[in-house]
Design a protein around this ligand. Structure first.
Ligand code: 13P
Length: 251
C-alpha cells in the first residue's frame, strides 16, 4: 500500500476549453487534512484552459490521456512528452483500455510510452485490466500480469522512476458495473506482487495502484477504504465538478 492517496479524473473526449473553465470555476472540494493528490486528464486541447483556470483551487495536477514516444517528427495527430510538459501537464495515461481496445495499442507500444515519459520526467499512469471474456475464462491474473510486466520494460533505463498503476477492468468501464472492493483488492494484490518481483523493495511498495471503473460518489468511500486501493481513476463522474469533489472528499 502506497502512502500517497490519488484521486484522478479522466475526461476522455469530453469538455473543450469553455467547459474546462466552468469545471474549474465550480470545483471546490472540502479536503480538510486529507490532501490527496488530485489529477485531471482533460483532452489535450483543453490543457491551456485548465492551466489558466485551476488557480486558486486545491492543487490540481494535469495530465494527458495519451502520449507518443518520439520526441518530434512526422506523426500526425500525436503529442510528444516535451510538448505536453511545456503545456503544463505532469502526468500521462498510458495503455488505457480504450487505447488498447478501440485503437489497437499494444503492450510493446505501452512500454515505449512509459520509457519516453520517465526519461523526461512525465509521470505515467499505466492502465491495465481484463475484458469480461478474459475474466470469465479465468485469465484475469495472467492478463494483468502480462500487461504490467510489459509496461515495466519501459522502466529499464530509469528503474527508480515515479509512476502509478491503474487497474481498470474493461467490463466495469462506463457500464455502471463496479468491481467489488474484494475484486479490486484481489487484482491489486496481483499487481503489487508483479511490482515486488520487478522493482526494488521500497519502490514496489510506494507505487500507487488506483482502481477505475464506474467509480461514483456513492461507492468511492468503500473502495478507498480498501487497504489495497491507493486511489481511484474516475471517468464519467469526474466530468461534474460537484461529483468529482465529493469523490475527492471521500478519502
Ligand atoms: P467510468 O468511471 O466512466 O467507468 O470510466 C472509467 C475509466 O475508464 C477511467 O479511466
Amino acid at each position: 500500500m502506497s502512502e500517497q492517496r490519488v484521486i484522478a479524473g479522466n475526461w476522455k473526449m469530453h469538455h473543450g476549453p469553455s467547459a474546462t473553465r466552468t469545471f474549474f470555476r465550480d470545483f471546490a472540494p472540502d479536503l480538510g487534512e486529507s490532501a490527496p493528490t488530485l489529477i485531471i486528464f482533460p483532452p489535450a486541447l483543453s490543457l491551456a484552459a485548465a492551466v489558466e483556470s485551476r488557480g486558486g483551487r486545491p492543487e490540481v495536477h494535469l495530465g494527458v490521456q495519451n502520449i507518443h514516444w518520439e520526441e518530434k517528427g512526422a506523426f500526425t495527430g500525436e503529442l510528444s512528452v516535451s510538448m505536453v510538459l511545456d503545456a503544463g501537464a505532469t502526468y500521462a495515461l498510458v495503455g488505457h483500455s480504450e487505447r488498447r481496445h478501440v485503437f489497437g495499442e499494444t503492450d510493446g507500444e505501452v512500454a515505449l510510452k512509459v520509457g519516453a515519459c520517465v526519461a523526461s520526467g512525465l509521470t505515467p499512469v499505466v492502465c491495465v485490466g481484463e475484458t469480461l471474456e478474459e475474466r470469465r475464462g479465468g485469465r484475469l491474473e495472467e492478463v494483468i500480469e502480462r500487461q504490467l510486466e510489459a509496461a515495466l520494460e519501459g522502466l529499464t533505463a530509469r528503474p527508480g522512476a515515479h509512476f502509478m498503476v491503474a487497474y481498470e477492468p474493461v467490463w466495469a468501464i462506463g457500464t455502471g458495473e463496479t468491481a467489488t472492493p474484494e475484486d479490486a483488492a484481489g487484482a491489486h494484490a496481483v499487481l503489487r506482487s508483479v511490482l515486488r518481483k520487478a522493482l526494488a523493495e521500497d519502490h514496489a511498495e510506494e507505487v500507487p495502484i488506483l482502481y477505475g471503473g464506474s467509480v461514483k460518489p456513492g461507492n468511492a468511500g468503500e473502495l478507498l477504504s480498501t487497504a489495497e486501493v491507493d486511489g481511484v481513476l474516475v471517468g464519467g463522474a469526474s466530468l461534474d465538478a460537484e461529483s468529482f469533489a465529493r469523490i475527492a472528499e471521500s478519502v
